[in-house]
Each structure stands twice: as C-alpha cells, then as structure tokens.
Design a protein around this ligand. Sequence first.
Ligand code: NAG
Ligand code: NAG
Ligand code: NAG
Ligand code: NAG
Length: 388
Amino acid sequence: MATNNEYRLLGRNMLYEGTRSISNRKSLLALIVGLVTGFCMAEFFILASPSHHSWIPYSGHIRGDVNDPHNSRALVDSFGPDEDVGKHEHVNENDTVAKQLYKEVRVLCWIMTNPKNHQKKARHVKRTWGTRCNKLLFMSSDEDVELNAIKLPVGEGRNNLWGKTREAFKYIYTHHLNDADWFLKADDDTYVIVENLRYMLYPYSPESPLYFGCKFKPYVKQGYMSGGAGYVLSREAVRRFAEIGAKNKTLCRADSGGAEDVEMGKCMEKVNVTAGDSRDSNGRGRFFPFVPEHHLIPGHTDKNFWYWKYIFYETDEGLDCCSDHAVSFHYVSPNQMYVLDYLIYHLRPYGLVMTPDALPEKIDHKRKETTEPKMALPPSAGNSSDKS
Ligand SMILES: *[C@@H]1O[C@H](CO)[C@@H](O)[C@H](O)[C@H]1NC(C)=O
Ligand SMILES: *[C@@H]1O[C@H](CO)[C@@H](O)[C@H](O)[C@H]1NC(C)=O
Ligand SMILES: *[C@@H]1O[C@H](CO)[C@@H](O)[C@H](O)[C@H]1NC(C)=O
Ligand SMILES: *[C@@H]1O[C@H](CO)[C@@H](O)[C@H](O)[C@H]1NC(C)=O
C-alpha cells in the first residue's frame, strides 16, 4: 500500500494541508478514493491474467497452499539434491507396449530454462522424466556443458519468453525436424509422463497440422495451450511455424514480447494448426497447469480464480479431474520430480497388475487434411482405459 512517501509524491502535501479547507478535504477524499479504486482495479487485472503478472502471489486458496504454488516466484528458491537418487530396473515389468510406442511415436522434448535454473531445476528434469524422451534439449540464453544447453540468440527474463520459444522451434526445425514425430515444449518445473503422451498421440499423424496441451479459452478463437502445462506440436505444425509463421510478422509476432503461450496460440491459429482436444475418452484432462493436489481436492480454490474462467472444456474436481493416463503437471519442485518418479515408476501395490488397453485405431489424416477440427477429437475407437 501507499506509504507516506508515495502520498507526498502523488498528492504533494495534501495530507497536511487537507484540514485547512473544505475544498482541500474533498481533494483528499478524491485522492483516497482514486488510490483505492486504482488498487482494486490493478488487483482485478492481476487475478484475471495468468501469465502476464504471475509473479503476484495468489491468495484465493480455500484449503492449504503449502505445496501448491500458482506462480513461478514460489519456486524460485527451490532446488533439488546434488547427488542423483540412483536407479534400479524391474525385471518383472512388461514394457513391450511402451517400447513399441517409443519407436513409433518419437517425442523430442525441449525444456525452457535459463542460466540461473540450469543447476537448480533443469538438471533434475534431465535426471527424471527427461530421460524418457527420444531426444531432450535444453533451451537457454547461455551454454552449459553438463546440461548440454543450447544458447539461443535471445535476452533473458519473462519479457523474452516468446522470443525464446520462437527461436527454439526455429532451431529444432533446422537441426532436428527428422529426429522425432512430435515436439514437446515444457518448463523446467513441468513434470511429464512421456509414455502417456505417446499413447495420447498414437492415433494422430505427425503430418497433420495439430498441437495439444491444456486448452484455455480467451485471446485466441480456437483457444490456446497453457505454457506451463507444456504443449506438443506435430512435425507439420513445426514446419508451418518455421516456414510460414516465423517469417511473416502479420501472422506471428516478430519481437520477443508478449505472453509466450498466447502468442504461440495466435500464431498456430494463423498458420492453420488446429488446437487439439487432449482429453481422454471419459472427458478427463491430461495436461495440467498446477500440481495434482490443486486439481484433485474439491473446493481447493474459489471459483473466481482465473483458471475456472480460462479452462476451455468443462472440468470436474475430485478424482474425475484427471485422466488415469495424465500427461503433465506444472509447478513441480525439483524434489517432487523425484517423488513423482518414485510414485509413478516404482511404488506398486502388491498383487495388482494392470494390463494395457489395446491401442486405438489410427486416424486417416489424408481424408481430412488441414483445418477440419473434428480430426482433433479424442479417439473413441478402442474406448481406451480409464473406465472407473
Ligand atoms: C507383455 O504384454 C504384452 C501386451 O500386453 C503381451 O502381449 C505379452 O504377452 C506380455 N508378455 C509377458 C511376458 O507377459
Ligand atoms: C504474410 O501473410 C499475409 C497473410 O496471410 C499475406 O497476405 C502476406 O503475403 C504474407 N507475407 C509474406 C512476405 O509472405
Ligand atoms: C489458412 O486457411 C485459410 C482458410 O482456408 C486460408 O485462407 C489461409 O490462406 C490459410 N493460411 C495459411 C497460412 O495457410
Ligand atoms: C466407444 O464409446 C462410444 C460412446 O460411448 C460408443 O458409441 C462406441 O461404440 C464405443 N466404441 C467401442 C469400440 O467400444
């Protein structure tokens, strides 16, 4: 709130002179009303916008917020273990289908990071879920030998995130377009279950102009994908982005400013890349902009929280929130990445064995080329999984 200093700057010495006459008292009242109104409006705009002002703490939690951050500032000081936690194999695990998809649905993951986070955050992605990508790249503004980070020609900081994403996809187009079928952008505090991403993508052709993620409603007609939850582009989408969008400033923003995910969403729409539907056959989401606790616990945030206004598809709380084959969660601290790795890939209830559902049929993309939005509906052909 305004201090005495600010009052002095804003209203000269009104606070002191205000008592002298009625008209001065009115000015003082007007000043206070103005300040309060301004503050409230600022607060409104801050809460209404996820990416532009996300460093402002959100206090709309109804229950608990200890491990449930809503802005990147909350994780600024978190870091993981120096030593790796180690690894071991499971000889009885049947990974036949996962291995098949590793070959058939190749995923390149690129991690948005920055020099301050190489050690604190990015390194823990590399030691946990990053290893499961067919190819893993770290995009930064500086090199890092241990991380093998790529130095992109962009400045650092929030105001350059869009520029960094644009340069990252241009770099991938030039150097790695044939190394994968799908291209995932994630943050260094995103956790991804790569096997489930491949399963979701399996029916789609990488030659369709498509991208998937956690879809939000505003700013872009067909919706746009949350940056923090991560989003994945088909090879054709990357090609259109680099060959058409990134070369034409009437289609895609040419400077580095703006909200990264919104600019990407506008750009994808302009180059006719369809914003796909990533829900499973039960209508449960797979990409999440927060940690599981946030989505799972009913009434965890109040309904004025921006997420409820932004989310494209109607979304349940409780166990129906999230697919049994969920793909991503955001604001995951480095330590929690090891915890999730343990819970998802190691901890097993004895005697319960899950057999994977049959793979869905492939969608014939040639029949419905380009912008037909139906193409992006969730596959209901095998009616996969998730039956409760
Ligand atoms: C492993 O799983 C696949 C697919 O479910 C199945 O066909 C195969 O028989 C299983 N192998 C073993 C050794 O159980
Ligand atoms: C950029 O895109 C606009 C709209 O599609 C088009 O009219 C224009 O010719 C394009 N410019 C270039 C240089 O390709
Ligand atoms: C996108 O589709 C529209 C409508 O079919 C078309 O007019 C436009 O030229 C296309 N734009 C690009 C960049 O392919
Ligand atoms: C999948 O579910 C839909 C709607 O519930 C149903 O119409 C369809 O027959 C099912 N398909 C298969 C292959 O079970």
